[in-house]
Design a protein around this ligand. Sequence first.
Ligand code: ADP
Length: 267
Amino acid sequence: MPYFAGIDIGSTAIKIVLVDGNGDIVGQKVSASGSMFYKYAKESLQQLCKDVGIDESDISYTVSTGYGRKLFKEADETISEITANAIGARKAGERFGTIRTIINIGGQDSKAIGLDEEGNVVNFAMNDRCAAGTGKFLDVAAAKLEIDVEELGEYHFRASGTPLAINSTCAVFAESEIIGLLGNEHSKEDIVAGIHFSIAKRIIRLTKKVGLNDIIYFDGGPALNEGLVAAIEDELGREIAIPDYPQITTALGAALLAKESFGYAEA
Ligand code: ADP
């Protein structure tokens, strides 16, 4: 059985997905990008192959994507994360229906992608100039509040009353604002909810540039944060689709493209 690899080298995390000849996921791995993208991506792929019980030479075709995609020298092909995200969302979001809008929040950027009925990219909008509204912003805020990013969701749902307003549009100023709120004896729960609503408002503004067409699909690591998901749904006034493994959609898209490209190469 041939295997195909999709490697998404993001600013914060390396995501690898292996699919078989049917396009079904046989393995997936998320690890930190750290400072040596290539070395860590290589090691992560080796480890995943070991976990799945296959040899690296069993991988027939590899497609890399993401911020550090050009660094993965062994890749047979590279693809932009916008295209890979769209391909992955079509598959991972199948059970929700036709995905027309993707909201992706990554470690250091956020984007919105508009799709047509066939899942082709028609337009996109991106914020990659500032950390506000990204995973980095959540990481910095969580560290300041001395909680883990994995706990942000729980804190959100324990908030009482109207969420606090976080007005700063810059992550550095927002950190000072959080310190000020802590100094005024606001609870961590209310601050976390305020952060989530501030990110939700920001990403919805960005998404409006491509159109808020249903079905709206949300992915990237921060989509694992159920508090942030709830804040976006509250602000939108409608439900959004969250795949089972939101952080690996783009890597899945790259793996599916690897399968397709190999098929064409073989034909
Ligand atoms: P990139 O592709 O830019 O490397 P990711 O889509 O991998 O970014 O997202 C990384 C971000 O996801 C982290 O900065 C962190 O804030 C968030 N994240 C990762 N895991 C979790 C989790 N279990 N709960 C909440 N947030 C998470």
